[in-house]
Design a protein around this ligand. Structure first.
Ligand code: AMP
Ligand code: GLY
Length: 420
């Protein structure tokens, strides 16, 4: 099988590595890729917002499967362009990807499907926002309705900060979703879907805030681990039955079946499971800790999803043990990441067994590896216990030098107990 992967982050790096482990996959091309991916396979430039260009490239390369990594090309219609050419695509059409593209639309489908989520109000101006903030009380949760790469959400007990975020969205013509605060730990669960059938992967936990102890602004994700030793096994079945399957059924009923990764961001609240959000793709950095432990060949699995054949798919196989990934972010991330900074030490870490350095924002400039994005590297380690995986990941991080960079020191810390 010949595959084309669209995207340029650490998520696309781990997808590529997993595809290359599949004996049925004869070649992988990535567009546009990054310096880390280019060390594995051929990368070709592309504008990921240009759906026709993605279709043309897939035709030219004569690929059997296209895997679209990020939400931006999905929203721009990459899957639609590929389907029109008869090329199997793992990733939803732009209409189905709208579950991520609009938080208000997502809430509407959840309500229709009876999926447990936070109570929410959609607001179009400051007076509506005032009413909504008063309705739910602190802590306030204010979300930009459109795509914001995980950075459009403000959770704060400061009412004026909450209102200021809403007003900054109104100022550019947007709407906001203001909702009830959900307490409890978060879980990311990916369901691989062919539009009808869903196969859940192992759960992961992501660390969204930039600083230790969940301080500072939200980011795309600063680290992750999987599986979750504290989560009861029955939760995956419960989420599949109460969240993933009803969402897919609702999308199918609407005439916009969802093919790809249905990513449920969940809060394990004192009142039960609640959906925080749905995304239309693998999470980054959760993909790094989930896909790197998947033993089932990824190419065949995603091809089955893209071609409506998941019902015949047997149980997934996983590597035993745990994976921990720590993101090294560029100076200034998330507000204003500094690009073009030299990176060193990664080559030594890459030689170590059980550690993989997935590249997020890297480029080769004049023979030197430099930062080209906010989340530069995802240092991912595997070990029989969570504590060992954590230690290995941080030992790797310590050897990598990027001036002004930062990382969280507490990824997976609270989940490490003496027996895991
Ligand atoms: P989202 O873009 O909706 O995933 O939100 C980003 C992050 O904001 C989530 O992962 C949570 O950490 C936080 N968040 C979003 N909605 C809520 C909520 N209703 N209650 C508490 N935290 C939330
Ligand atoms: N790590 C969160 C996300 O990919 O949206």
């Amino acid at each position: 099988m010949k595959c084309l992967v669209i995207g340029a982050g650490a998520r696309e790096h781990v997808i590529t590595s997993a595809l290359l482990r599949d004996p049925e996959v004869e070649s992988v091309v990535v567009a546009p890729g990054n310096a880390g991916i280019a060390a594995l396979v051929q990368c070709v430039p592309i504008d990921v917002t240009d759906a026709q260009a993605i279709g043309e490239l897939a035709t030219e390369l004569d690929v059997d499967l296209v895997v679209v990594g990020p939400e931006v090309p999905l929203m721009a219609g990459a899957a639609d362009a590929l389907i029109a050419r008869g090329i199997p695509c793992f990733g939803p059409t732009s209409e189905a990807a709208f579950i991520e593209g609009s938080k208000a639309f997502c809430k509407e489908v959840m309500a229709e499907a009876g999926i447990p989520t936070a109570m929410a109000l959609v607001c179009a101006d400051a007076s509506e926002a005032e009413i909504a903030l008063g309705t739910f009380g602190p802590p306030y949760v204010v979300k930009d309705d459109g795509l914001a790469a995980g950075k459009g959400v403000v959770v704060t007990s400061d009412r004026s900060e909450a209102l200021a975020h809403a007003e900054s969205c109104f100022a550019v013509g947007g709407t906001v979703v203001i909702e009830e605060f959900l307490d409890g730990p978060e879980v990311s669960l990916f369901g691989i879907s062919d539009g009808t059938t869903v196969v859940p992967l192992q759960p992961a936990q992501d660390f969204k805030r930039v600083g230790d102890n969940d301080e500072g602004p939200n980011t795309g994700g600063m680290g992750a681990y999987s599986p979750l030793p504290w989560l009861e096994e029955s939760v995956v079945d419960e989420v599949t039955e109460r969240v993933l399957q009803p969402m897919l059924d609702a999308m199918k009923r609407r005439g916009t079946p969802f093919v790809g990764v249905l990513y449920a961001g969940l809060a394990m609240t004192t009142r039960g499971i609640r959906v925080i959000e749905f995304n239309a793709r693998f999470g980054d950095p959760e993909a790094q800790v989930v896909l790197s432990r998947l033993v089932t060949p990824l190419g065949g699995f995603l091809y089955a999803a893209a071609t409506g054949q998941l019902d015949s798919f047997a149980r997934l196989r996983w590597e035993p043990g745990f994976a921990v990934s720590v993101v090294i972010a560029a100076q200034g991330y998330p507000a204003d990441p500094l690009l073009g900074t030299a990176i060193s030490g990664h080559e030594i870490v890459e030689l170590e067994p059980d550690i993989t350095v997935f590249h997020g924002g890297t480029a080769q400039v004049d023979g030197e590896l430099v930062t080209s994005g906010g989340r530069v590297l995802s240092v991912t380690a595997h070990a029989p216990t969570l504590s060992q995986a954590r230690e290995r990941a941080y030992a790797g991080v310590a050897q990598i030098k990027i001036a002004g960079s930062h990382f969280r020191g507490d990824i997976a810390q609270n989940a490490c107990t003496t027996d895991s």
